[in-house]
Ligand binder design. Structure first.
Ligand code: HEC
Length: 172
């Protein structure tokens, strides 16, 4: 290689090297400018904000007695409602309508119908203690399956026995 070629080669490498260096500096500069401007604009863009809010929305809501209806979106201030102690215990008829009527209203699945004296006579004869236990713990009888608390585990024992008293008073 002649010394002329050697010089050309050295200068060529020097120029390519500095161009690559300038390229890297430009890329870093563009990234830092972008982070301070474009990335902020993206976050401030209203549609983007709505999409994030939509993605962060809770998948569902939990209904408590005295709270908003199950499955409904919680209204504003729902946290205060949910945090408040559960409202006064439900009365016998209220519990019946909410939890027992599905089966005992029309006598579904072998359930003794509310108000049907013939269907209740032998049951009432067992005494309240047995009726309470069967309603609270559930049992399998001759005509069907009575689920524990009618499937409403969130109801208190007192609410369930109040509903039993109500059905007994309607059916003797
Ligand atoms: C999914 C249906 C269903 C629901 C809901 C239900 N019951 Fe029953 N219940 C039955 C059936 C079926 C029987 C009869 C079982 C048998 O004797 O074979 C029964 C029987 C009873 C008896 C009679 C027990 C006995 O010893 O004869 C009582 C008391 C009773 N239920 C109370 C309740 C109360 C209180 C609720 C509401 C909190 C309720 N049930 C909700 C199906 C249901």
């Amino acid at each position: 290689m002649s010394s002329h070629d050697q010089r050309f080669f050295d200068v060529f490498i020097l120029v390519i090297g500095s161009l690559a260096g300038i390229g890297v500096v430009l890329i870093m500069l563009a990234r830092s400018v972008g982070a301070a401007t474009q990335a902020r604009w993206v976050h401030e863009y209203p549609v983007y904000g709505e999409q994030v809010t939509e993605r962060l929305k809770p998948a569902g809501t939990v209904g408590l007695p005295g709270g908003p209806e199950v499955g409904q979106a919680a209204p504003a201030g729902a946290a205060a409602v949910a945090a408040a102690p559960v409202a006064a215990p439900l009365s016998g008829p209220q519990v019946f309508n909410q939890a027992c009527n599905a089966c005992h209203g029309a006598g579904i699945g072998g359930a003794p119908k509310n108000g049907d004296k013939a269907a209740w006579a032998a049951r009432i004869a067992q005494g309240n203690a047995v009726l309470y236990r069967h309603a609270l713990e559930g049992y399998q009888g001759a005509t069907g399956v009575m689920p524990a608390k009618g499937g409403w585990a969130n109801l208190s024992d007192a609410e369930i026995t109040a509903a039993v008293d109500y059905m007994v008073s309607e059916s003797h």
